[in-house]
Design a protein around this ligand. Structure first.
Ligand SMILES: Nc1ncnc2c1ncn2[C@@H]1O[C@H](COP(=O)(O)OP(=O)(O)OP(=O)(O)O)[C@@H](O)[C@H]1O
Length: 318
């Protein structure tokens, strides 16, 4: 994508975005609702024309090409499968359309179904599948024609949390092994972190930060990015906003801070400490929760913030 712009009437949905998906990598477009992720995906797919800028595939300008001429596969939230075709024929459809003989198309379909763990269900019809199985069939169908690029728009959003978690793990391996370049749209930070090699963080139609998933999460470019990525310990200071990531906090050392609130859940215990800078939020594993001390004055937690592991970020949330 080079300098891509797209407005709907007076609303700029995408402003001057330049991004590259490298061969074999998964790039996540991550951002809040309405930031332009889907619009950008539609422009890459050829379902929408940019007002300015170009889309290049393997270096070739495809900005004016129709979707079917681009050699891409798309999976949307409502991954409509063909209801009258079996799972195998759904997946064989793409290779057939690209001119593969029936037997070769079916062989390829069977191989991809095997990869997503659904070899046993090849003869079923879509209405005989669970949501998670149907989603995997949709992914298999998208991968079967060996697309130059796979475009995914919130592909796991219709699934429950447990299924999402198990599919995320499988997909990363699948994309690796198939060697497909993937452009993934999501507003879910965990999805981006779990699936993507690189993340492009979008805000108001622009890319505000792009980098390896680990880097973007470890070093957000500003207070807005940090807050969007789920950081809660942000304190206004002179010259910017101080981010205290949880990994900067050592338990069982330093002062004992009063615990203002403690809420247990499946992940452990969420506590809020009355820290000098302001409320400090931490999630303690069951083992870490052993550091909580009940005293006459109430519950306290000994914790020390390593200043070197904190970041002073530009305050750009206004
Ligand atoms: N067909 C359209 N007509 C008018 N405005 C549109 C159209 N499609 C999108 N928009 C606007 O463009 C902006 C970007 O929308 P887009 O769907 O790309 O965002 P998104 O980041 O994908 O959001 P979500 O996560 O909610 O799907 C929004 O302000 C949206 O209201």
């Amino acid at each position: 994508m080079q300098g891509v712009r797209r407005s709907y009437g007076p609303v700029p949905a995408v402003r001057d975005v330049t991004l590259e998906v490298r061969a074999g990598e998964t790039l996540a477009l991550l951002g809040p609702s309405g930031c332009g992720k889907s619009t950008l995906l539609r422009v890459v797919a050829g379902l929408d024309r940019p007002d300015a800028g170009r889309v290049l595939l393997h270096g070739q300008d495809v900005t004016a090409s129709p979707p079917e001429a681009r050699g891409l596969s798309l999976v949307f939230q409502d991954y409509a499968l063909f209801p009258h075709l079996t799972v195998l024929d759904n997946v064989a459809y793409g290779p057939r359309m690209r001119g593969a003989p029936r037997t070769a198309a079916r062989e390829r379909a069977a191989a991809v179904l095997d990869r997503v763990g659904l070899a046993d269900l090849a003869a079923r019809k879509p209405h005989e599948l669970s949501g998670g199985q149907a989603q995997r069939v949709a992914l298999a169908r998208a991968l079967a024609p060996r697309p130059a690029l796979l475009l995914l728009d919130e592909p796991l959003s219709n699934l429950d949390e447990q299924l999402r978690a198990s599919l995320r793990a499988q997909l990363r391996t699948l994309f690796r092994e198939e060697g497909a370049g993937v452009l993934l749209v999501t507003h879910d930070q965990r999805e981006a972190l779990a699936l993507a090699d690189r993340v492009a963080l979008m805000r108001g139609g622009s890319v505000v930060q792009v980098g390896s998933a680990a880097d973007v999460f470890a070093r957000p470019s500003g207070a807005w990015a940090a807050a969007f990525l789920g950081e809660r310990n942000l304190y206004p200071q002179e010259g910017g906003t101080l981010l205290v990531p949880e990994r900067a906090v050592t338990l069982g050392a330093g002062e004992a801070w009063p615990v203002l609130q403690a809420t247990p859940d499946a992940a452990g215990v969420h506590v809020t400490l009355a820290y000098t800078l302001g409320p400090l939020h931490l999630t303690l594993s069951p083992r870490e929760a052993a550091h909580l001390q009940v005293t006459d004055a109430g519950t306290v937690l000994q914790a020390e913030v390593q200043r070197g592991a904190c970041l002073l970020l530009p305050e750009d949330r206004a």
